[in-house]
Design a protein around this ligand. Sequence first.
Ligand SMILES: [Zn+2]
Ligand SMILES: [Zn+2]
Length: 294
Amino acid sequence: VASSFIRKLWGRKEAVPAEVQEAHTALERLGQENPLIAELAGQVSACLSAAYAEPVRVAVPSISKEAAAEKLNAGLPLLRGVRLDIDWPAAQRRLEGVVGALVDHGTDGARALARAVRSGRLAIAELASAALAGQPHIIHEHAGALGLDGTLTASVLPLTLFPVLVPIRVGLEPLAAGRWKEGYCPVCGGFPKLGEFRGLEQLRWLRCGLCASEWQFPRLRCPGCGNHDHRQLGYLHVEGEQNKCRAATCEECRQYVKMVATLTPLAPLQLWVTDVATVHVDLLAADKGFSPPM
Ligand SMILES: [Zn+2]
Ligand SMILES: [Zn+2]
C-alpha cells in the first residue's frame, strides 16, 4: 500500500475518550443494578481501560472501489489479504494491559497468558493475522501449543484490536455498503458479537465483534452456517424479555447470535456494555447446548 494513499488519523489528546468514560459509567451502573454481573462488568471495564490507555495511531489502507466490489462479490471481507500498517509494539502493550487487567481480576488462566504475552511467545501480530485471515482456529491451536486456555486467549483479542480496527472500519465503511450476504463481517471477517432488531421495521442488523461494523442480514437465516430452514431456526429468551433480547438459535450448527431490540445503532463501545447486560441470555443458550459463532 503506497504511503501516499494512507490516511493517517492520529488519536485523541485527552486522557480518557468520552465514549470509554461512558462505557465505564454504564458498566458500573449494571454492576450496581445486578450484583450477579458486577464481577463481569468490572472485568470488562478494566480491560477497556487497558485497551484505551494509549492514543492509537491508525492508518486506513487504500482499497479501490473496483477491488472492494470484487472482494465483496466473492464473499471476501475488505481487509482479507491486506497488509495492515499497525503499530504492533503498541498493540502488544495493549494486549499485555488487557491480560494484566484479567490477572488483577483473578481470572483463571490469566497468569499463564500474561507470562506468554510478556515473553513474546504470544504475539498480537500473529493472533490478529489469524483472525483477519478468517482462521480463528489457529488462535486456539497456537494457545494450545503454549499450554494456554484457547477460549481465554481468543477472548482478549477483540478488545485489544478494537481501538485500531474500529477507526479502520470507519474509513472503509463507504466501500462496504451494499450487498453482503455472509454471516461474518464485510470489513474484517469477524463474527457478530450480537445483532440488533432495529427501529420500527425491526430489520435485522449484525454487529462485528472486532470492528463494530454493521450489516443487514435476513431474519430467517443462521449467520453461523447459512441455514435458512425455518423449522431449525428458533429463539431463546428469558420470560418477559422476548421483545428485548433473544438468542437466535440454529439446530443445524448449534450456534446462536444474541439479538437485542434497538431504536438506533449501538455505538461501538455500547456493544460491550450491551453484551454484559445480556449475559444471562448467553447462559441460557449455553445451558441448551448452543455456542456463539467461532
Ligand atoms: Zn469486522
Ligand atoms: Zn447454523
